[in-house]
Ligand binder design. Structure first.
Ligand code: SF4
Length: 235
């Protein structure tokens, strides 16, 4: 009998943003994944039946903070000493103050914050419907709670996917990170550093590099190119 220690659960397959290269945006996940939220009661039952599970990744095809029972899920996991993470990514646009505090209080372990820009103008080019000011304010609130609770959790990774339209903001993004009031500042550019388009096209993971005409001097690509060359995009 298999007794897994680490698993992945989909906390939400809904997302409020419309990132151009995301399969959640074009609906291509719907036939396979469906639309829904992880229910707190199901989560509790799952943990009771699988006591070997100690680590759960909650993010994949949607925004975990849209789950209306997310606070309860945090409490259940904490009570059973199960570590939660969202390393595939969160957009952090809509999170209640109660949940922001609970992330720290219940020691959510780690998450990747998808923030592809250092200004509202560039951020919303790819994170369509997103609000840069709200996202950065939520990062600041989490870090304030970390001070209050004297905790390093959740660890924050900043994923800045470099496109042609935002690469000029790399110095500004680095400065923002350094000057932020974070007690545990987001790392730059996040866990996809090796695949950063400034050095190597993200899309080559899945497909041949695009023709030179679609690339900028730095090698960064465009959202449309992501869509056509990879079939899926950055989270
Ligand atoms: S990439 Fe992430 S934030 Fe963007 S639409 Fe897809 S799930 Fe939502």
């Amino acid at each position: 009998m298999i007794e897994p220690i680490s698993i992945r659960l989909e906390a939400s397959s809904h997302c409020q943003l419309r990132c151009p290269a995301c399969p959640t945006t074009d609906g291509s996940i719907d036939q396979v994944i469906g639309k829904g939220f992880l229910k707190a009661d199901d989560f509790r039952t799952f943990l009771e039946r699988n006591p070997s599970v100690r680590n759960i990744e909650l993010s994949n095809y949607g925004e975990i903070f849209l789950n209306p029972q997310f606070l309860e899920i945090l409490k259940i996991a904490h009570k059973r000493n199960v570590a939660l993470a969202a390393l595939n990514g969160v957009n952090l646009n809509n999170v209640s103050d109660e949940v922001l505090e609970a992330l720290v209080k219940f020691r959510f372990r780690e998450m990747t914050c998808s923030i592809d820009g250092a200004s509202a103008e560039t951020y919303r080019v790819y994170r369509v419907r997103g609000n840069f000011d709200r996202v950065t304010a939520n990062v600041a609130k989490i870090n304030q709670w970390k001070v209050t609770y004297r905790s390093r959790y959740p660890l924050l990774q900043w994923q800045f996917v470099v496109f042609r339209h935002n690469e000029h903001e790399l110095p500004k993004a680095r400065a923002w990170r350094k000057s932020s009031a974070c007690t545990s500042p987001p790392s730059f550019p996040g866990p996809t550093r090796a695949l950063s388009p400034t050095r190597r096209l993200y899309a080559v993971k899945w497909a041949p590099p695009p023709a030179p005409s679609t690339r900028s001097a730095s090698g960064a690509t465009t959202p449309r190119r992501f869509a056509t060359s990879s079939g899926t995009g950055p989270r």
